[in-house]
Design a protein around this ligand. Structure first.
Ligand SMILES: [Zn+2]
Length: 70
């Protein structure tokens, strides 16, 4: 079951990016993670490029991810 989080980019356009939680938790390099019941750690913070513009960044915090997991 894929979970999607919608996050606005930091650029002037504030584009809404749909972030697939599975892709984040499956592939991200983890510095300081806390194990969850899937056995996969959640990173403190994830920064991605906006899908739409080149200036924007899409920032997810662990709190945002956890809110969407439970
Ligand atoms: Zn953008």
């Amino acid at each position: 079951m894929a979970k999607i989080i919608k996050v606005q980019c930091t650029g002037s356009g504030q584009h809404v990016n749909e972030i697939d939680l599975d892709s984040i938790l499956g592939a991200t390099v983890v510095l300081h993670g806390t194990p969850i019941d899937t056995g996969r750690p959640i990173p403190e913070r994830i920064v991605r490029r906006c899908d739409v513009c080149s200036e924007g960044r899409v920032i997810l915090t662990r709190e945002m991810i956890e809110e969407n997991l439970y």
